[in-house]
Ligand binder design. Structure first.
Ligand code: HEM
Length: 134
């Protein structure tokens, strides 16, 4: 990731921060709409899941400039996800929906550069989550 891409993503997550739980809500609604087969992997009540997802996404993005810390927390999150039955193909399904949700949230401020920066950031998160799979 370039420093400019890191800045764009950091700026975006801070801008969305007050609304992150609504963003997570929109994300899961869209995810299960497009991929109903994923719904049974998650608890029936998504209240805690939405909050955890939003705060973890924020923490990972904020950790991006500190690579060792980022890799460590992403790898631990990834190991837990292997235990939830999450496979490589799922990460691609989630990427499309997450980026579309963030784009909708950012509205007219969203540019091609944002799209690219968030895609690279998501791919870094995914790669790091898939490291050292146990
Ligand atoms: C940016 C990538 C992702 C982030 C930040 C993220 C974050 C989280 C967090 C924070 C939790 C709560 C439990 C824990 O901390 O271990 C969780 C649980 C879970 N996530 Fe993710 N996740 C990501 C990608 C995915 C993907 C690609 C899938 C595939 C469908 C997925 C499916 C699940 C499932 C099934 C649970 C467990 C629900 C339960 O049984 O309580 N996640 N995720």
């Amino acid at each position: 990731m370039t420093p400019e891409q890191v800045d764009l993503v950091l700026e975006g997550i801070e801008r969305m921060r007050p609304r992150l739980s609504q963003v997570a809500d929109a994300f899961y609604a869209e995810l299960f709409d497009r991929h109903p087969d994923l719904r049974p992997m998650f608890p029936a009540d998504l209240t805690r899941q939405r909050a955890k997802f939003a705060s973890e996404l924020h923490a990972l993005v904020v950790a991006l400039p500190d690579l060792p810390a980022f890799l460590d927390s992403a790898a631990r999150l990834g190991n837990r996800h292997a235990g939830y039955g999450v496979r490589v193909a799922h990460y691609n399904q989630v990427r499309t929906v997450l980026i579309a949700t963030i784009a909708a949230e950012m509205g007219p401020a969203w540019t091609e550069q944002h799209e690219h920066a968030w895609t690279v950031a998501y791919d870094m998160i995914t790669e790091a989550m898939l490291l050292n799979r146990r």
